[in-house]
Ligand binder design. Structure first.
Ligand SMILES: C[S@@+](CC[C@H](N)C(=O)[O-])C[C@H]1O[C@@H](n2cnc3c(N)ncnc32)[C@H](O)[C@@H]1O
Length: 293
């Protein structure tokens, strides 16, 4: 279990989808149309920390070629939910050979082939801890590596090694950037945010996490390797229609701040109670694309 529940991922999915930076997404789609893919007429995409497959559901409807997706996660429950959610999301399941050679006995979840809005999508599921096994995943054939809401969890030494092994284009979306605006603003917000950032930097399975510094670090590392890089904002802009997400966000942030212990219990409780009822807030994220020209 990763600590990310399927319920939480499902709550954030519509907001994640509407927040993705569409200009950058268009650049990625344009890039995929223009490159010579591994297998003509099809595109192979690997999604790191896929959770229940939200990133696929956002991107796949915009890709015209036949698509082979590999969803990678170390949470078997989430991968199983990904499989059932994708089957429910699809217009229908189809009979199609799954990917060429690379489904093996370690892929504990059966691959699926689906049709969605006339797009053919073949999906396999890899139950892998990326802390240890990122090299094997990066070595597999792919036209694009992608990830959503994942890279803020990783640590600098791991990211350095990851980037040193990366030769493929990388598209990351919705990486937390540390900017939060709750409205109406309160004096305590800055203290709460400072403690929350401290929590962001605690170990999430890769060593001390980069949190809000992740995209900048990614950009520096990949530029040093002659990748072209592009960043674009993808903030969550939440209002009263997103009340359920705002509530869970306030509860989750307050819990993280309590774990750090630098803000008095009374102040955290008051902040939590008022923010649960907030009808506006903005949480900053960055989307990022890197490729070799
Ligand atoms: C914030 S969730 C995002 C999930 C999904 N990409 C989405 O946008 O809904 C982070 C995901 O990374 C996965 N994850 C975290 N650490 C991992 C690791 N060491 N190896 C593989 N997956 C990991 C979690 O299980 C979780 O599914």
């Amino acid at each position: 279990m990763s600590g990310f529940s399927a319920d939480w991922l499902s709550l954030r999915e519509p907001v994640d989808h509407r927040s993705r930076n569409l200009d950058l997404q268009a650049q990625v789609l344009n890039y995929l149309e223009k490159i010579k893919t591994l297998y003509p007429g099809s595109v192979h995409i690997t999604d790191l920390g896929s959770g229940t497959g939200s990133n696929l559901r956002a991107l796949a409807p915009h890709i015209n070629s036949v698509q082979y997706w590999t969803l990678v996660d170390y949470d078997l429950t989430l991968l199983n939910v990904a499989r059932s959610t994708l089957l429910a999301w699809a217009d229908r399941e189809i009979n199609m050979p799954t990917d060429e050679s690379s489904v093996n006995l370690l892929d504990t979840i059966k691959p699926i082939s689906i049709l969605k809005e006339n797009k053919t999508i073949v999906v396999k599921f890899k139950y892998v801890d990326l802390f240890n096994d990122y090299q094997a995943i990066l070595n597999e054939p792919a036209d694009l590596i992608t990830a959503a809401a994942f890279f803020d969890l990783v640590a600098q030494p791991w990211l350095t090694q990851f980037c040193a092994h990366l030769s493929k284009p990388l598209y990351t979306v919705l990486t937390y950037d540390g900017v939060e605006k709750w409205s109406p603003a309160q004096v305590i917000d800055a203290e709460i945010l400072k403690a929350f950032h401290e929590h962001q930097r605690t170990d999430k399975g890769f060593g001390s996490a980069l949190g809000p510094a992740a995209t900048q670090c990614l950009e520096n590392l990949l530029r040093a390797q002659q990748f072209t890089t592009v960043c674009a904002p993808s903030p969550w802009v939440l209002d009263h229609q997103d009340q359920a997400l705002i509530e869970q966000l306030a509860i989750g942030s307050a819990k993280a701040v309590r774990e750090i212990g630098s803000v008095s219990q009374t102040s955290v409780n008051q902040w939590e109670q008022s923010r649960i009822q907030a009808d506006q807030c903005e949480i900053g994220h960055i989307d990022f694309f890197s490729y070799k020209a």
